[in-house]
Ligand binder design. Structure first.
Ligand SMILES: [Zn+2]
Length: 439
């Protein structure tokens, strides 16, 4: 078995501090207007070129202007009638470029239309050069105009203890609050890896050190669907009573967010606590897992709903433990032994028509995700280096912890009676939390 290694990572935590000042509202008004002007300029000066390196060279691709002349022109234009320090203009330009670059990437992938981005939200992204942080007093001084400052304090906040010795990054100003990112380089010891496959009702893990693990999501997904249904019922009310419908809609959206975020956070904490010193491997979910149109509507809804939760859970795990992400293509349909891709796989069991490998499709996916992370191509050689016969035959290991969120519940008698449910009871030996379940 492998020894342990260290993962060094810069962690960022975003916290919000209530803050309200007329000068900030004025600044935001200027910022948003200038930002839109900068976007307009970049948009108009964009070139559309054929890219022959691409497969679909017939489509023209936007090229964002980045030369010195254009940047100078843009800066000079924004400097006119600008009451703030020039660093604010640079902050605007930087944000405009990142919005445009984002749009461009999405456009090239076919995810965005050929439509100029518009700034809809009121905010102002501050550059670190406009800030002076006093770590002993826990205050941030932000320059507005030459010799004009505002001071934001983050002392005595509920999160103060969590960000001791963390460095402050560029803040985002809103009308009624300031969002402060705190950064710190953290070192994690890793002596075990789990590859997780996200499914509609479960998250299924595979670890060469432990075998198969399963986390139950049903409670969470039912909650999400319940709110989704509530909101779709409100939608039918929209025409008759738009005002009250909108209010209800917002109320349920907020409630869904709070309720589900809470469950998602708990699940993430349980995963991290049950498997300390672990590198968690997930699929990249921005490359959307294919949702087939042939399938029925309900199933697609369930999948979409689950997707929101996966993204949130992964983010919550990421805040607490090292995470690595791999490309999601065909992870459940590929044979990890011979590499055959079974594209019309149906049902719960993966079966390889070429070599006869047969296993639950979710387990199969988690094995593939693990191999992908390692950079191992499918082959019996690498496969048997990480998957032992015992693992295959012992089936799943259910993960069960206190809050009941991750319990598999009801379905099987093979569960352990509830042991200590307290969070501090991180396993000394894993046998105490998890139990082999003959699947
Ligand atoms: Zn095969």
């Amino acid at each position: 078995m492998q020894g342990s290694s260290l993962v060094i990572r810069e962690d960022v935590r975003m916290y919000s501090v209530d803050f309200s000042d007329e000068r900030i509202r004025e600044l935001i008004t200027w910022y948003v207007k200038s930002l839109q002007r900068a976007i307009d300029e970049i948009w108009e000066n964009m070139e559309w070129k054929y890219d022959f390196k691409r497969r679909y060279a017939k489509v023209r691709i936007p090229v964002i202007p980045r030369n010195k002349e254009f940047k100078k022109y843009l800066r000079d234009k924004l400097m006119k009638d600008n009451p703030y320090t020039k660093h604010w203009v640079d902050a605007v330009i930087r944000t405009a470029y990142s919005i445009m670059e984002n749009w461009r990437k999405r456009y090239v992938k076919g995810m965005a239309r050929k439509k100029k981005p518009t700034v809809k939200r009121r905010f102002a992204r501050c550059k670190i050069t406009l800030m002076k942080v006093d770590y002993s007093r826990k205050t941030i001084r932000i320059t507005l105009k030459p010799y004009e400052y505002i001071e934001v304090s983050y002392a005595n906040q509920w999160f103060s203890k969590r960000i001791d010795e963390w460095k402050v990054g560029g803040v985002v100003l809103k009308d009624d609050r300031v969002l402060i990112p705190f950064k710190k380089e953290n070192t994690y010891r890793v002596n075990r890896e789990i590859a997780w496959d996200c499914n509609e009702k479960t998250i299924d893990g595979f670890s060469p050190q432990m075998g198969f693990v399963q986390v139950d999501l049903r409670k969470l997904i039912t909650a999400r669907i319940r709110y989704q249904e509530k909101r779709s019922r409100i939608q039918s009310l929209m025409k008759r009573k738009p005002k009250s419908a909108r209010k209800l809609w917002e109320k349920y959206s907020r409630r869904e967010r709070n309720v589900c975020r809470d469950i998602e956070r708990k699940i993430a904490i349980e995963i991290v606590n049950a498997f300390p010193n672990t590198l968690h491997i997930f699929e990249k979910l921005n490359k959307q897992k294919m949702i087939s149109k042939r399938k029925n509507k309900n199933k697609n809804l369930r999948k979409r709903v689950a997707r929101i939760s996966w993204i949130n859970i992964i983010r919550e795990v990421e805040m607490r433990a090292p995470v690595k992400k791999v490309d999601p293509y065909f992870t459940s349909k590929t044979c990890p032994l011979c590499g055959y891709v079974n594209k019309d796989l149906r049902g719960q069991v993966f079966e390889c028509p070429r070599c006869g490998w047969r296993i639950d499709r979710q387990k199969n996916a988690s094995i593939n995700i693990y191999l992908k992370m390692k950079g191992f191509p499918p082959s019996p050689n690498t496969f048997y280096r990480v998957v032992t016969k015992r693992m295959i035959h012992s089936g799943k290991v259910w993960m069960r912890r206190g809050s009941g969120v991750t319990q598999i519940g009801g379905e099987t008698n093979e569960m352990l009676p509830n042991e200590r449910g307290d969070e501090a009871g991180v396993p000394q030996s894993l046998h105490r939390q998890i139990k082999a379940y003959v699947g």
